[in-house]
Design a protein around this ligand. Structure first.
Ligand SMILES: [Zn+2]
Length: 348
């Protein structure tokens, strides 16, 4: 958390605009093309869009779902009816052919900046998030965090008032839907990669704060399972000292959160279904041993990263031993039987 959090001015008093501008047409919602100017945000740097980009976006969607043309009364009426006028859209660049392979974009925006305090608060969150991207997530952008192309502002427009948008790389579908509807793409391999990526953010001190059960919308996955992106860093903080005690592996049971050592890294594993069975807070022998080894390695002066990697290697080795494999299979079979008898699902 920086000093900017309490001292920053409301959005509209920002210094002004950079030279760059872009043209945006949002399907039926604002059929006339609107010129947006890039917002000056101190020395925060963003990824670059091609010069004079012309973007065509989908119809807007809101927290309650996609709009159809017949439901859309115009921005002004919409704001009056719903008392909310933030929106999202996904867009493509329609400019010259050399940029035709430019990635699909996501736009999130806020309307009526000049008139509405709630909207100014939303804009402030978008600004804070943009700064976080520029200052702390640069090396992860395009890898497992979307590229951020900055904030863009239309001072007056046919959208009914001032509009602020954030232009970012499009990330894909929400994790919940991905796990439910794309079981072939949601392989163990990608689930492990997602957890590894979150661990990497933690190792850089970045704590997202909104990853876990019920917050699956903050992880987006490409429908074919080739890439994923963490999104919504509006409450993210830096300075996290990750104390997780287990490497990224599947486990037969849930470790205790307290022993595991990092709530968010734990929740990520839970979301990705890395804990296979439902006995809570009861460590199987393998996991007990992993905790003991981890502590030993740390006590010997290894860095946490080295210790986690060494414990991961040990676990991989244990799992090649036939007796342990038989034990694991037996344990899981007993557990399933117990849960079936007790009328429990496979999860608590
Ligand atoms: Zn952590």
């Amino acid at each position: 958390m920086g000093a900017t959090e309490t001292s920053s001015p409301p959005f509209r008093s920002f210094a002004g605009h950079e030279k760059q501008s872009l043209l945006l047409t949002l399907d039926f919602a604002a059929p006339t093309t609107t010129n947006f100017h890039k917002v000056k945000l101190g020395d925060t740097q963003f990824a670059e869009l091609p010069p004079n980009s012309k973007l065509t976006g989908t119809a807007p969607y809101h927290s309650y779902g996609q709009m159809t043309e017949s439901q859309f009364p115009g921005w002004k009426d919409l704001a009056r009816i719903l008392a909310v006028s933030s929106f999202c859209s996904s867009a493509v660049i329609e400019t010259v052919s050399e940029h035709c392979d430019f990635p699909r974009l996501a736009i999130k925006g806020v309307l009526f900046l000049e008139a509405d305090e709630n909207q100014q608060e939303s804009a402030e969150r978008i600004r804070k998030e943009a700064e976080f991207y520029g200052q702390h997530l640069r090396e992860f952008q395009g890898k497992f965090v979307p590229k951020h192309y900055g904030l863009w502002h239309a001072p007056t427009s046919q959208w009914g008032g001032e509009v602020l948008i954030a232009v970012m790389e499009w990330g894909g579908m929400e994790l919940g839907a991905f796990l439910r509807h794309k079981p072939k793409s949601a392989t163990l391999a990608i689930r492990l990669r997602i957890v590894e990526a979150l661990d990497e953010l933690h190792d850089h001190g970045i704590y997202h704060t909104k990853i876990g059960k019920g917050q699956e919308r903050h992880i987006l996955c490409d429908p074919d399972g080739t890439s994923f992106r963490f999104v919504d860093f509006s409450d993210a903080v830096t300075g996290h000292d990750c104390r997780r005690m287990l490497p990224v592996r599947t486990f037969m049971s849930y470790p205790s959160q307290w022993k595991f050592g990092c709530p968010e890294a734990y929740c990520a594993r839970e979301c990705m279904l890395l804990f296979e069975a439902a006995v809570l807070h009861k460590d199987d022998v393998e996991k007990k041993l992993a905790f003991v080894k981890m502590q030993q390695f740390l006590d010997q002066g290894m860095s946490r990263k080295e210790a986690l990697s060494a414990v991961g290697n040990l676990i991989d080795h244990w799992r090649t031993i036939p007796d342990i494999q038989t034990n694991r299979a037996l344990h899981l079979a007993l557990e399933r039987k117990f849960n079936a008898n007790a009328g429990l699902g496979s999860r608590h």
